[in-house]
Design a protein around this ligand. Structure first.
Ligand SMILES: NC(=O)C1=CN([C@@H]2O[C@H](COP(=O)(O)OP(=O)(O)OC[C@H]3O[C@@H](n4cnc5c(N)ncnc54)[C@H](OP(=O)(O)O)[C@@H]3O)[C@@H](O)[C@H]2O)C=CC1
Ligand SMILES: CC(=O)[C@@H](O)[C@H](O)COP(=O)(O)O
Ligand SMILES: [Mn+2]
Length: 394
């Protein structure tokens, strides 16, 4: 049992995972105290959260926003900082016990690595950092003795179903069954996919999430990123992970064993469950999530994923099997393409075209060190932007 109050840094506090984390913290003031919060564009909301949680530090990306935040927090003890190095500071500070890694995209990589290097209890929601730098990230965790707990709902479920969170053949583990909702366009024909809008894409059938991950769910890129995330987290090969479409999102993933047993973790689709699991691990914590009513659920369905209509899943698997910096290139191209789609610059189907074109045009390299990975990320962004221009003519 944890006894003293744990100090928590929430990276990406103004987002969907950040706010759910703060909801769990709010329920347990005897166990958790907010040490630091970070945000990017939502200055007012960050100020409001700082008023409520009175953190020691609050970090925002740019200096102008920081100046506004300072004026909103005048008279409060909280220190306002800005920039990438400030994120690393609150992720690795000696006084921090738990880091919630909930910044979206590649922007989370450096602070997440800093938390891992500093040996923190890292609650990893940001899947992009593992996709970009899986080997480096896992080595950093192993070398520092950090505790890495997956918050992504599927990986949290798998962690709960594996013996000691490990994919060990000695313990009879056979396969991971990674569930996918299929997203809002699961039943759409290829023709219908040509004209879907950002508003339709972010309307996930089961989960309320940020825009980027919602579009990824709609294209099945989210499942591709999660496939790579699972391989790194649980040290398994591509052949050991099967994607199973399960439209209800009640089973959050499963593990099958050599004796024919399949263990699953079920629950209502609410991120406060995996967040509370990570915060309290190895204990359990009340999270505010209502108990699962199986009579209300009534049916659980399963399908094979269709990678013809949703090629992003195939592209992600291929990039993992290719190895090196290919997953970092895939991730960067996807970030550029999703942003363009959300801003009405390209169609939904062009997301996969931009990712595929970028992967084809960038020569792969071994992911030897952080600098190589960051340089592949930059080159991929430049190439993806070029491809966007050729699609839009602008
Ligand atoms: N939402 C969910 O249920 C799940 C999310 N995840 C993963 O968790 C991560 C967060 O997702 P989600 O909460 O939905 O995303 P949101 O878009 O809701 O929130 C993203 C957070 O990151 C901040 N941010 C955005 N850009 C930057 C940047 N360049 N530098 C620093 N901070 C930045 C945002 O600040 P601001 O809002 O102030 O601009 C916000 O606090 C993603 O990696 C996602 O894949 C995984 C499983 C489930
Ligand atoms: C809540 C969560 O973990 C998301 O990653 C969710 O899994 C998205 O659902 P699908 O990608 O399966 O549609
Ligand atoms: Mn997920």
């Amino acid at each position: 049992m944890q006894s003293s109050v744990q100090q928590v840094s929430v990276l990406g506090a103004t987002g969907s995972i950040g706010l759910n984390t703060l909801d769990v913290v709010r329920r347990h003031p005897d166990k958790y105290q907010v040490f630091a919060l970070s945000g990017h564009s939502q200055v007012e909301q960050l100020a409001q959260l700082s008023h409520e949680f009175q953190p020691k530090f609050v970090v925002i990306s740019d200096e102008q926003h920081a100046a506004r935040l300072k004026s909103l927090l005048s008279g409060q003890q909280t220190e306002v900082l800005s920039g990438a190095s400030a994120l690393e500071l609150i992720a690795s500070h000696d006084d921090v016990d738990i880091v919630m890694a909930a910044i979206v995209g590649a922007a989370g990589l450096l602070p997440n690595l800093a938390a891992a290097k500093a040996g923190k209890k890292v609650l990893l929601a940001n899947k992009e950092s593992l996709v970009m730098s899986g080997q480096l990230f896992m080595e950093t965790v192993a070398n520092s003795g950090a505790t890495l707990l997956p918050i992504d709902s599927e990986h949290n479920a798998i962690y709960q179903c594996l013996p000691n969170g490990q994919m060990s053949p000695d313990l009879g583990v056979d396969k991971i069954l990674l569930t996918a909702s299929g997203g809002p366009f699961r039943m759409f024909s290829f023709d219908q996919l040509k004209t879907v809008t950002p508003a339709q894409a972010v309307a996930h059938p089961n989960w309320s999430m940020g825009h980027k991950i919602s579009v990824d769910s709609a294209s099945l890129m989210n499942k591709g990123l999660e496939f790579i995330e699972a391989c790194w987290l649980f040290n398994c090969s591509a052949e050991q992970v099967d994607v199973v479409v399960h439209p209800e999102s009640v089973i959050h993933s499963m593990v099958s064993y050599v004796d024919g047993s399949v263990l699953a973790q079920l629950g209502n689709p609410d991120m406060r469950t995996p967040i509370a699991y990570g915060m309290a691990w190895p204990d359990r914590l009340e999270s505010g999530v209502k108990p699962l009513d199986l009579f209300e659920v009534a049916q659980l369905n399963f399908e094979k994923p269709d990678t013809e209509r949703f090629p992003c899943l195939k592209l992600a698997k291929q990039s993992f099997m290719e190895g090196g910096c290919a997953p970092a290139v895939l991730n960067a191209a996807n970030e550029v393409a999703v942003d363009a789609f959300l801003n009405d610059r390209i169609s939904f189907l062009s997301i996969a075209d931009v990712v595929e074109g970028t992967l084809n045009d960038i020569e792969n390299q071994k992911a030897e060190c952080l600098e190589t990975i960051l340089s592949a990320d930059l080159r991929a962004r430049a190439k993806a932007s070029e491809l966007l221009q050729s699609i839009t003519g602008k």
